[in-house]
Design a protein around this ligand. Sequence first.
Ligand SMILES: CC(C)(COP(=O)(O)OP(=O)(O)OC[C@H]1O[C@@H](n2cnc3c(N)ncnc32)[C@H](O)[C@@H]1OP(=O)(O)O)[C@@H](O)C(=O)NCCC(=O)NCCS
Length: 174
Amino acid sequence: MPGEPAEIHFLIEPLGPNYGRAAFSCGSKELDSYLRTQAGQDLKKRAAVPFVITPDHRTIAGFYTLSQHAVDLGELPEDVAKKLPRYPLVSATLLGRLAVSLQFRSQGLGEKLLMDALYRALQSSKQIASAVVVVDAKDEQAAAFYRKYGFIEFRRIQRRSFLPMATIVQLFPE
Ligand SMILES: CC(C)(COP(=O)(O)OP(=O)(O)OC[C@H]1O[C@@H](n2cnc3c(N)ncnc32)[C@H](O)[C@@H]1OP(=O)(O)O)[C@@H](O)C(=O)NCCC(=O)NCCS
């Protein structure tokens, strides 16, 4: 329709050298600084893979990171733990960080990033097992965001929560 702004299409891809990291601002100094100074190192040293959401292959509208992880079986709620084998450590995927730039907030990008991360975790778990996706919320607001999507809190670790892969499978029927 003439006069209506054109819809912006966003793409999610691994962080690369073409991205202007310094311009990213999400309201959290820790997360901004992570993207500027640490994300590239984590990628290089294989500690985590950062993915970005972008409208133009240059601007970072948001990002998240994924890495392999393990959690203590005893930290999971009893009803979840009893469905898992009795190994002391449960294989997991860590969604280490997730943030959307202030400029692009409240347009559904946080949800897009989260769903993309869960989908990648699910796909990857078919090759290298992972029973849960774990997130660390930086504050109560972030914890509320994850709760909205069904994340369950750990028994003793504050603001750490998880989503069983069995739940994630149901989000992406084949
Ligand atoms: C949390 C964050 C990623 C949400 O990003 P966003 O792009 O604004 O979120 P979306 O527009 O995709 O929102 C998706 C849904 O989540 C809801 N939501 C957003 N932030 C929320 C919060 N803090 N608590 C509860 N629900 C929230 C929205 O209302 C929306 O729900 P609706 O579709 O029913 O209206 C963003 O606020 C952010 O980057 N915060 C700073 C960093 C941070 O806290 N990261 C979390 C990990 S440490």
